[in-house]
Design a binder for this molecule. Structure first.
Ligand code: MEV
Length: 315
């Protein structure tokens, strides 16, 4: 083939960021309307890429795209196509470094588009294994949750090295409100900070990680019984634990309080923290709009409102 296209999604971690790195379960959602599109063509000369941070030959790519460049070279090696001409265009609606999985989604869409170009079958495991090459370079010690969610059509229940299970639930009236603090999240820094705390202060940090895992389990229970109020409470409880771990920020704490004051059932940071986004749950759309408006007034640079009913389909 001479041309191929592929997509992937932004991810929102609902429960279990950080604790997922230590083998606890997590629940994450793909965001269908916040996506990445890749377009690959061989009707060109040279090997070039066009994306948010860089436009030009792949061998001149900037340092913070090292993961992408290593991944592309790996894909060319797999297809014994090191010498082909290609142009790869990456269009992303995902803000970068905001805990929405922009790097994972980019890696997933790149792997997919090369496999499509070469008309090669791609299993889910192979897709994740390859996309995680980029994630390891970009983030150090990723759990794999981000790539698992960016490549999923449905919510995922994820346990590192074990499970990547699709889950089904029915929250027909509830809405999710996401607010961007406008501050870059620092995944690598946040992950190593939690790692250091577990070594330096295990007596306080270990129970927090365990509790975050217990909350994810309780959330799955609440999802199966459509208990939105309980889900909200569990989100707020996660936020307390994440703040105690040291990964929240003043802005994120303030957003959570504003969301709850304006009617949200619960709120927490999402992703690695130290910047990035907050998510909250509301009973209905009117409540979601009220929360989003209050958050923008309080300084959120962008908000997204997503109905949970989008996720109502059976596997
Ligand atoms: C980052 O999106 C989520 C973390 O749990 C790290 C990881 O799972 O690799 C903080």
């Amino acid at each position: 083939r001479k041309k191929a296209k592929a997509i992937s999604y932004a991810k929102i971690i609902w429960f279990g960021e950080h604790s997922v790195v230590y083998g606890k379960p997590a629940i994450a959602l793909p965001l269908y309307n916040v996506d990445v599109h890749t377009n690959l063509t061989t009707e060109t000369s040279g090997q070039t890429i066009d994306c948010r941070y860089f436009s030009g030959p792949i061998d001149e790519m900037v340092d913070n795209l090292k993961g992408v460049s290593v991944l592309i070279h790996q894909l060319l090696t797999i297809f014994n196509a090191q010498k082909i001409n290609f142009h790869l265009k990456i269009e992303s609606k995902i803000p970068s470094e905001r805990g929405m999985g922009s790097s994972a989604a980019t890696a997933v869409a790149i792997v997919r588009v090369f496999f499509k170009l070469f008309e090669a079958p791609l299993t889910r495991n192979r897709l994740l294994e390859l996309a995680n090459i980029e994630e390891k370079i970009t983030h150090g010690n990723p759990s794999g949750l981000d790539t698992a969610t960016a490549s999923s059509e449905v919510p995922v229940w994820f346990v590192r090295h074990q499970l990547n299970e699709q889950i089904d639930f029915n929250l027909s009236n509830a809405f999710m409100v996401i607010a961007d603090s406008g501050i870059k999240g620092k995944t690598g820094e946040a992950v190593s900070m939690v790692h250091d705390r577990l070594i330096d202060e295990p007596e306080t940090a270990t129970p927090l990680i365990n509790q975050l895992g217990q909350i994810a389990k309780a959330a799955r229970q609440a999802l199966s019984s459509t208990d939105e109020v309980k889900l909200g409470k569990l989100m707020t409880q996660s936020q307390y634990d994440l703040a105690k771990l040291g990964v929240s920020t003043k802005a994120l704490n303030a957003f959570c309080q504003i969301a709850i004051k304006n009617g949200a059932l619960g709120a927490k940071l999402t992703g690695s923290g130290l910047g990035g986004c907050m998510i909250s749950i509301t009973q209905n759309q009117v409540a979601a709009q009220k929360v989003a408006t209050a958050l923008r007034k309080a300084g959120a640079t962008q908000t997204w409102i997503q109905p949970f009913k989008n996720y109502n389909f059976s596997i």
